[in-house]
Design a protein around this ligand. Structure first.
Ligand code: HEC
Ligand code: HEC
Length: 338
């Protein structure tokens, strides 16, 4: 039952990806191998930055973290006798179905909540895991101190917890400034988390129908308060609105079409960013998972008739039903100053 509940909860979150930075790593830069040519970086690095760093980013300050930094994950998954094969398998297994039962980081679940499930091709996780196992993962500047506080200042312990493989002292912090894409992703992500947390609490406590009242009343104010927090303007807009206030404008409709094609083709999704002077506009799709269908699915199937009649009562002109899994329900439209 507990398992089911947690499945239910994680499913409330939607997909996320971070920007696509093409950055080539010069081995020579580390001046350990000054004679070495510039080599092309491991494909897993870019995949990790795109898919995982929106939450596991080492550049995020300790207070702003919404998940443990990847180096902490690595340390909990590798001990002295962990083979690369074991490690890769464990990562794939986790990504397929994050659950409390499987967790090696229960403290992180307590602090951040369970990692939301999101579909990743197995090949992607395999590449990412291969990269993490073999390479020095960037460590946040605050990490050393945090680690010592949490686990005692014993280097033996660190060895056991897997800092060993491929990890020297590596406190890099080349660039504390987040890029525009990263800032946009973080705003979308934290707002989603905040909405998800509240919606999830409501469904858990009072069921889907009661949660509808909550969405009805609370979704906009939460988006607003997150916007104030981020000093930006955050909207969730769609081509098929439930709340007519959330209708996309002409430009946004175009982006929705673009994202729909990408999602349908199973392509990697990158945010669309436009700038006008100092003003940045950031767009990123909001995709469905099985849980959304309880309120956005096909009437009589996932969407129960009782729920539907309540929806019709609250939103007489509702268009937001008939969705399947992994479809573009709408987009984040976020505006902020560079
Ligand atoms: C939407 C945010 C988010 C994204 C994106 C994300 N994670 Fe996580 N991840 C979390 C959170 C929160 C935790 C800590 C709670 C937990 O362990 O479930 C976590 C924990 C983990 C853990 C430790 C699990 C455990 O408890 O034993 C692994 C492994 C992991 N993530 C791998 C990945 C990989 C690989 C990617 C990219 C493909 C990724 N994550 C993307 C949020 C995210
Ligand atoms: C408990 C029912 C419920 C669930 C579950 C639910 N929604 Fe909604 N959703 C609503 C309601 C009600 C609104 C209208 C909110 C408002 O008035 O702003 C809405 C609005 C939205 C909007 C804003 C655009 C519009 O149509 O007004 C998006 C985007 C959205 N939902 C996406 C999702 C996604 C993605 C999921 C799953 C992760 C999800 N919803 C799960 C009930 C739900």
């Amino acid at each position: 039952m507990k398992f089911l509940t947690s499945l239910f909860l994680i499913a409330l979150f939607t997909a996320c990806n971070t920007n696509n930075r093409s950055e080539y790593l010069a081995m020579a830069e580390s001046n350990e191998f000054p004679e070495m040519e510039i080599i092309q970086e491991h494909p897993g690095k870019q995949l990790m930055e795109n898919n995982c760093y929106v939450c596991h980013n080492p550049k995020t300050s300790e207070e702003a973290m919404i998940a443990p930094p990847m180096i902490a994950v690595k340390m909990h998954y590798i001990s002295e006798d962990t083979s690369k094969e074991d490690f890769v398998k464990a990562m794939i297994d986790w990504a397929k179905n994050p659950s409390e039962e499987k967790s090696k980081m229960p403290g992180a679940i307590k602090k951040f909540g369970l990692m939301p499930y999101q579909f990743y091709p197995e090949e992607t996780i395999q590449q990412i895991a291969d990269y993490i196992f073999d390479s020095e993962i960037e460590e946040p500047v605050w990490f050393e101190e945090h680690f010592n506080k949490m686990h005692g200042d014993s280097s033996g312990m660190k060895g056991k917890m897997g800092r060993g493989k491929g990890m020297g002292r590596n406190q890099v912090n080349r660039n504390t400034q987040l890029s525009i894409e990263e800032r946009g992703m973080q705003m979308a992500q934290t707002t989603k988390t905040e909405l998800g947390k509240n919606l999830m609490g409501q469904i858990q406590k009072n069921g889907v129908i009661a949660a509808l009242d909550f969405c009805n009343i609370q979704a906009l104010p939460i988006t607003d308060s997150m916007a104030t927090f981020h000093k930006s303007y955050i909207k969730r807009v769609t081509d098929k609105p439930r709340n007519p206030k959330n209708i996309a404008n002409a430009a946004e409709l175009q982006y929705i079409e673009t994202f729909k094609k990408q999602v349908a083709a199973g392509e990697e999704i990158k945010p669309i960013v436009t700038t006008m002077g100092k003003e940045v506009a950031f767009y990123y799709p909001i995709t469905t998972n099985s849980m959304c269908l309880k309120c956005h699915g096909t009437p009589g199937k996932e969407l129960e008739m009782l729920t539907l009649s309540k929806i019709k009562e609250l939103y007489p002109s509702d268009l937001a039903t008939g969705y399947g899994e992994n479809e573009v329900r709408g987009i984040w439209s976020i505006h902020f100053n560079e």
